[in-house]
Ligand binder design. Structure first.
Ligand code: FDA
Length: 403
């Protein structure tokens, strides 16, 4: 016997994060009756913790090239139709002050709360309801002669809900303490979609025990570097931590790294190190290598490299070969990480719902036109710098216009 229906709405969005809220607002303004369900006790927890509490809410120069996916062209359509300027205009209309940090990266001047409050206010204005602390027990498609399903029946801890369109916006696996779950992947599998293997992205590296012992005293030291791996390069700051290597450069390259691979780090990008070393040898033969290094690198880092590589010489003691060795070590410091810190601290999850099964225009499942997947649960992952929120906004907007 069918359980008695408690609530009937046009659209159920599961996940009150960035993508889910954007979808709910867009659909609500179209006159659709929307209910957002989330198992957490608060909406938008990742928005609150993002950007160090200041939410890097978009990147002005976001392009499809800033995204990783097994199907790279998939993100083009949604990103074209909802641009960083659309979101920024909205932020301005709500009187939220923001600033541009590194070129293109927009952050709230005060707190991430402003972005979440804006989304919640818009949800209210659009008439979209949000139910928190709601556990989803089962989802069933309601069979229909015309298309696979005329709607969905969702059994939850707050009762049974029937909807015409269902949007899965449950995000990825990163930061389990923030309410992340594999729910979205399971729903995709339930409806016959392929889910690509997931792994942690934008995650700090841990180091092999020997390297960690050598570099542990550098915890807290940061310097600009250029890191390279398999044809990808990022010129951004690197931070030594008590577990290994972090900072924007390392987070960015971690999304491309596979276990066992070496990172190639230029500790002095934009510097012709060999030319400078030769000039110092000519002009200041009695000065020590360490003196040169401390003009170029944080002091503790310079000292550690001098001890580690036994560069405790004056310039006049250095042969050309020695200067070449020093140059090579600084310009191509090669290090094999032990691993990454994984989902515990990763900002995003790579992989997820295979986009080949989805419409790039609407985010609907091609064979089930009223089932949608948006945001991080989908196999589209941005670089660091506001691109992931831009994907959440753009994919949420695309679905919101079609639910
Ligand atoms: P999101 O994870 O935001 O939301 C998913 C929602 O689904 C959550 O509310 C969750 O509770 C709910 N949910 C999960 N399972 C459920 C279930 N079984 N039942 C019901 N509800 C369920 N990006 C960026 O562009 N700029 C930045 O500054 C940062 N900073 C940042 C910092 C940190 C520490 C992290 C971890 C991540 C970032 N990111 C970021 C990434 C960004 O936060 C992320 O890409 C988006 O939040 C993804 O939005 P979604 O809506 O897809 O998922």
């Amino acid at each position: 016997m069918v359980e008695s229906i408690k609530k009937v709405v046009d659209v159920v969005v599961i996940g009150a994060g960035a993508a889910g809220l954007m979808c709910a607002i867009t659909a609500g303004y179209r006159g659709r009756k929307v209910l957002v369900l989330d198992h957490a006790n608060k909406p938008g927890k990742k928005i609150l913790m993002s950007g160090g509490g200041r939410c890097n809410f978009t990147h002005l120069h976001s392009t499809p090239a800033n995204y990783l996916s097994a199907n790279p062209p998939f993100c083009i359509s949604a990103l074209k139709r909802y641009t960083p300027h659309h979101f920024t205009e909205w932020v301005e209309r709500h009187g939220i002050e923001y600033f541009e940090k590194t070129p293109g990266q927009l952050f709230c001047s005060e707190s991430s709360k402003a972005i979440l409050n804006m989304l919640l206010t818009e949800c209210e204005w659009a008439g979209a309801d949000i139910s928190l602390k709601c556990n989803i027990e089962t989802i069933q498609g309601i069979p229909s002669p015309q298309s696979p399903f005329s709607g969905f029946m969702i059994c939850t801890s707050i009762g049974t809900i029937q909807c015409e369109s269902l949007v899965i916006a449950t995000g990825g696996l990163s930061i389990p303490t923030m309410g992340s779950s594999p729910f979205g992947y399971k729903v995709a599998e339930q409806f016959g979609l392929n889910v690509l293997p997931t792994r942690a992205g934008l995650a700090p590296f841990t180091l092999q025990p020997d390297d960690l012992a050598r570099l542990a005293t550098l915890s807290g030291v940061s310097c600009p570097v250029e890191v390279k791996l398999n044809g990808h390069a990022f010129k951004e700051p690197m931070l030594f931590t008590h577990r290994g290597l972090s900072g924007p450069a390392m987070l960015q390259i971690s999304s491309f790294w596979q276990p066992g691979q070496n990172l190639h780090i230029d500790l002095l990008p934009d510097t012709d190190v060999l030319a400078e070393l030769k000039a110092w040898r000519q002009q200041s033969p009695n000065k020590r290598i360490e003196t040169y290094l401390t003009t170029k690198l944080p002091k503790r880092l310079a000292q550690t490299f001098v001890e580690w590589h036994q560069w405790d010489h004056t310039f006049q003691q250095c042969s050309n070969q020695r200067l070449n060795e020093i140059t090579e070590t600084l310009k191509d410091w090669t290090i094999k990480p032990n691993g990454t810190e994984g989902y515990r601290t990763a900002e995003v999850t790579l992989g997820g719902v295979d986009t080949h099964s989805l419409s790039s225009k609407t985010m609907a499942v091609k064979d089930i036109p009223n089932l949608f997947f948006i945001g991080e649960v989908v196999d589209v992952t941005g670089h660091l710098g506001g691109h992931n929120f831009q994907w959440a906004w753009a994919s949420g907007f695309a679905a919101g216009n079609n639910v």
